[in-house]
Design a protein around this ligand. Structure first.
Ligand code: NDP
Length: 447
């Protein structure tokens, strides 16, 4: 049977076994498409049902999260943790609190995480979790009670050597604090390495807050340098206004770019003169308000709820909000307007159609599993500091992050070239991420 037929039969089975999980299907389809190229060249990677095992999580946990709101009413949410692959190290991946969270979303994120974590070169496996809990509009006390209830079930499944969660959409420093507190209480030990993204006085790492956004820009810098371009003087669009977006904006502007727009799920802000990052941090991180407040308070900025942020002409686009936020039409508009580089700060923000347009229209594209790996890489650096009871300086940690991002870019570019697809970083990232995990799985037997 040809590799093409084998892979397509396997994918059909996956669709049947995982019905109603379109994001998971999308993530697997993209990886399998790249892997056909590897399997043609190195057929032993199909031995021992390796591909089937890779697409089946080692463990999937779904649990009830009851909590009491400020009115005394009992609310019930659903909690998830998908422990996808631990061949390279303990499961590692964030927790997402957002009403859209379901098993398929957590599986897509966990699957992507396997390859991303492999690309960092650090000893971490892939996992992801979260809940359909919506933190928006909740009081601090409600968030705390929810986090305590969530951890009351999760704590028995995680640990420094087993599974190390972190933040993601809706889970930042405040939530990690409440989660860590409850873990410490239930486990009766101060196990710093059980969660990352901690506060700086209790085991957190400098640069972790900035890492995903900074890392995406370091990756963009490498991708542009390979084409003789640079961020100096470039016009950049960054979607979102959360943790990843804010620090992508900060670093892009430090490197001489002008960030001309950012957004939230209600609308987008046009900032033709660049972004006042301190003002944005105050609105989002301190006051926890919507981005429309920025346009109210900063001269020259305007707020829009019509059209799309991707309609603005730019040189570089950094989607940093959520999955499937940039579709084929958006990608075509970006190309028409002269955009040459797209790098994903978010996970899978480009649809399959958008990626096709990037290929056809010659847009250089850094997929999330490579471009946003700086966050999890710095989480692994936090784990190293915890294991050695040490804390490193900002400069040292940032330098490690830059070297890791540069290493990822080189590995991805080299792999793409080696497999006959020079400049295709989707193929490069999928194959390079896959081979390391696959070699470990083959060495460790059928488990
Ligand atoms: P945050 O919760 O800090 O911010 C999320 C941002 O995205 C907000 O501006 C939010 O707007 C917007 N957003 C969320 N859902 C939607 C939606 N359905 N439509 C439009 N906008 C939306 O999350 P992060 O910044 O941490 O995460 C952003 C992305 O980066 C995610 O894809 C995440 O998986 C990925 N990522 C995060 C890492 C990290 O270290 N934090 C690491 C690697 C990847 P609003 O407030 O209106 O909801």
């Amino acid at each position: 049977m040809s590799i093409e037929t084998q892979v397509s039969e396997y994918y059909d089975k996956l669709l049947q076994r995982n019905a109603g999980e379109p994001e998971f299907h999308q993530a697997v389809a993209e990886v399998l498409d790249s892997l056909k190229i590897v399997l043609e060249k190195d057929p032993h990677y199909a031995d021992y049902s390796l591909i089937q095992r890779l697409c089946e999580p080692e463990r999937q946990l779904i649990f009830r999260v009851p909590w009491v709101d400020d009115e005394g009413q009992v609310q019930v949410n659903r909690g998830f943790r998908v422990q996808f692959n631990s061949a390279l190290g303990p499961y590692k991946g964030g927790l997402r609190f957002h009403p859209s969270v379901n098993l398929g979303i957590v599986k897509f994120l966990g699957f992507e995480q396997i390859f991303k974590n492999s690309l960092t070169g650090l000893p971490i496996g892939g996992g992801k979790g979260g809940s359909d809990f919506d933190p928006k509009g909740k009081s601090d006390a409600e968030i705390m009670r929810f986090c305590q209830s969530f951890m009351t079930e999760l704590y028995r499944h995680i640990g420094e050597y087993r599974d190390v969660p972190a933040g993601d959409i809706g889970v930042g420093g405040r939530e990690i604090g409440f989660l860590f507190g409850q873990y410490r209480r239930l486990a009766n030990q101060h196990e710093s390495g059980v969660l990352t993204g901690k506060g700086l006085t209790w085991g957190g790492s400098l640069v972790r807050t900035e890492a995903t956004g900074y890392g995406a820009v370091y990756f963009t810098k490498e991708m542009m340098a390979a084409r003789g371009a640079s961020l100096e003087g470039a016009k950049v669009i960054v979607s979102g206004s959360g943790n990843v977006a804010i620090y992508a904006i900060e670093k892009a502007q430090q490197m001489g770019a002008t960030v001309i727009a950012f957004s939230d799920s209600s609308g987008w802000v046009h900032t033709p003169n660049g972004v006042d990052v301190e003002k944005l941090k105050d609105i989002k991180e301190v006051r926890r308000e919507r981005v429309s407040a920025y346009a109210d308070e900063v001269e020259g900025a305007s707020y829009h709820t019509d059209g799309s942020i991707w309609d603005l002409p730019c040189d570089v686009a950094l989607p940093c909000a959520t999955q499937n936020e940039l579709n084929g039409e958006h990608a075509a508009t970006l190309a028409d307007n002269g955009c040459k580089f797209v790098a994903e700060g978010a996970n899978m923000p480009s649809t399959a159609e958008a990626i096709e347009v990037y290929r056809e229209r010659g847009i250089h594209f850094g997929p999330g599993k490579a471009a946003n790996a700086g966050g999890v890489a710095t989480s692994a650096l936090e784990m190293q500091q915890n294991a050695s009871r040490d804390s490193w300086s900002f400069e040292y940690t940032d330098d490690r992050l830059q070297k890791i991002m540069s290493g990822i870019f080189k590995n991805v570019a080299k792999t793409a070239k080696e497999y006959g697809h020079e400049g295709d970083y989707v193929i490069g990232a999928n194959i390079a991420g896959f081979k390391k995990v696959a070699d470990a799985m083959l060495a460790q037997g059928v488990i």
